[in-house]
Design a protein around this ligand. Structure first.
Ligand SMILES: [Ca+2]
Length: 375
C-alpha cells in the first residue's frame, strides 16, 4: 500500500475545532457497534477521549486528514484517532540503530530460541494443532515444522505478543523516527503506511485503534503480523468468520503458511546445505557480495571453493553463501558459521530480514518436529 504525501498547504484547524471533534468522537464511539468478539474487549476498556501528543503535531494531523480524504471517511476516523496517539520514547530508543563494530553471535542467538522451555511449548503447540498444521501443509505446501518454528521464535507460541499500544508505536515511528538511523526517511514512510493500515484494519474489524497491543514496531498477534500483512495475508483458518491473529492459533497457522507461500516457498526444497571450504581457491569476498540473495549454482559454488554435501551438489537452483558471526574469535568467540542457503532460506528472511532469524526458525522448528516424531 502506498500512502501519498500530504499537502503541506492544507488549511490549519483551530483548537476549538479539535474540541468539537472530540465531543463528536465520544458520541460516535457510543454508536459504534463492534462484532461480538471485539465487543467484550471494548466494553472492558473504556476509551479515554484524551488528546495525545500528536493532537498538536501538524504533520501527523495533515497525514490523518489525507487518509480520511483518500478513504472517503466522512466521520474523520483517521484524524480522531491520531488526535489520541501518544508519543512513546521507549519505541524511539528501541528503534535506534545498534552500535557498529560489535560482532553478532549466532550460537548465543540460537540458544535464546532453541532451549528446553521453548521446545516444550512448541511440542504442546504441535499436539494441540496437529490437524490444522497438516491441513496448512497440504493446502499451502509449507511444512508444519516451519510454521511451528516461526510462531515459536516470534512469540513463544503466543506468550509474548507485546504490550505496546500499536497506535502509539506506529504514530511515533511515523513522525518521530530516530534521525540517526541510516534509512530513517524510508523507514518512517513504511510506518506511515502501516499506521494507515492499522486505522483501516480497526475500522474493518470493529476494534478501537487504541486497543491493539503489539511489539514496539507495531507487529501484532501470535505471528507478529504488521497491520498491512494482516489484511494481505490473514486467513480465517478456523472458519469463525473473522481473522483473529491475537487469539486463534488456527488463524495464525493458516496466515503464516499463506504468507510464506506468497513469497515463493517451494514445497520439498531444503532450506540450506552444510558446506566446507577448499581454501586453495576460496573466493570469499565474491561469494559474500550478494549477501543472502541466492545467486550461485552448485557448480559455481564449487569453482569458488565451496564444497557442498552430496545432496547440495545436485541442487538445481541458485544458492547463497550465508555467513553467521560467532563473536570475536580473539575474545573467546568461535569461528564463523557458514551454510549454503537456498531460495527457501531466502523466503524465510522475507518474514524477518535476518539470516540469524531464519536459522533460528529452522533449527527450532526442526527440533520441535524431532520431539513430536519421537513422542
Ligand atoms: Ca477465525
Amino acid at each position: 500500500m502506498v500512502v501519498s504525501h500530504f499537502a503541506a498547504s492544507r488549511k490549519t484547524r483551530r483548537p476549538w475545532h479539535a474540541l468539537l471533534l472530540l465531543a463528536f468522537m465520544a458520541a460516535a464511539l457510543c454508536a459504534h457497534t463492534p462484532p461480538a468478539a471485539a465487543q467484550t474487549a471494548s466494553t472492558k476498556v473504556r476509551p479515554q477521549a484524551t488528546l495525545g501528543h500528536y493532537a498538536q503535531h501538524e504533520a501527523a494531523l495533515a497525514f490523518a486528514r489525507e487518509i480520511d480524504t483518500q478513504e472517503l471517511w466522512g466521520d474523520a476516523w483517521a484524524e480522531r484517532w491520531i488526535l489520541q496517539a501518544q508519543r512513546n520514547p521507549q519505541v524511539i530508543r528501541l528503534m535506534a540503530p545498534a552500535p557498529t563494530g560489535t560482532l553478532r553471535n549466532w550460537f548465543v542467538y540460537r540458544d535464546r530460541f532453541v532451549e528446553p522451555r521453548r521446545l516444550q511449548a512448541g511440542l504442546r503447540f504441535w499436539r494441540e494443532n496437529d490437524a490444522t498444521l497438516r491441513r496448512a501443509e497440504a493446502e499451502f505446501g509449507v511444512p508444519a515444522w516451519l510454521i511451528v518454528g516461526i510462531i515459536g521464535v516470534e512469540t513463544l507460541y503466543g506468550q509474548h505478543t507485546g504490550n505496546f499500544r500499536a497506535l502509539d508505536a506506529l504514530t511515533t515511528l511515523s513522525f518521530d523516527f530516530p534521525t540517526e538511523h541510516p534509512r530513517a526517511e524510508q523507514r518512517s514512510a513504511f510506518f506511515r503506511s502501516e499506521l494507515h493500515a492499522l486505522l483501516r484494519l480497526s475500522r474493518e474489524q470493529g476494534v478501537l485503534p487504541t486497543q491493539w497491543l503489539g511489539s514496539f514496531a507495531g507487529a501484532m498477534g501470535l505471528p507478529q503480523f504488521m497491520p498491512s500483512n494482516w489484511t494481505r495475508f490473514g486467513v480465517d483458518y478456523d472458519g469463525d468468520g473473522r481473522i483473529d491473529l491475537l487469539n486463534s492459533p488456527a488463524d495464525a497457522i493458516g496466515s503464516v503458511a499463506r504468507y510464506l507461500q506468497a513469497f515463493g516457498w517451494k514445497s520439498g526444497m531444503p532450506t540450506h546445505y552444510p558446506v566446507t571450504f577448499d581454501t586453495t581457491r576460496l573466493a570469499l569476498d565474491a561469494l559474500l557480495a550478494p549477501s543472502i540473495l541466492p545467486t550461485f549454482d552448485a557448480r559455481t559454488m564449487a569453482d569458488k571453493g565451496v564444497q557442498l554435501d552430496p545432496t547440495g551438489q545436485t541442487h538445481a537452483g541458485p544458492l547463497a553463501l550465508v555467513e553467521l558471526e560467532n563473536g570475536d574469535p580473539e575474545r573467546g568467540g568461535a569461528p564463523r558459521t557458514y551454510v549454503a542457503g537456498t531460495e527457501n532460506f531466502y523466503v524465510i528472511t522475507r518474514y524477518n530480514q535476518s539470516s540469524y532469524y531464519a536459522m533460528a526458525v529452522i533449527e527450532l522448528g526442526q527440533a520441535v518436529e524431532a520431539l513430536w516424531r519421537t513422542r
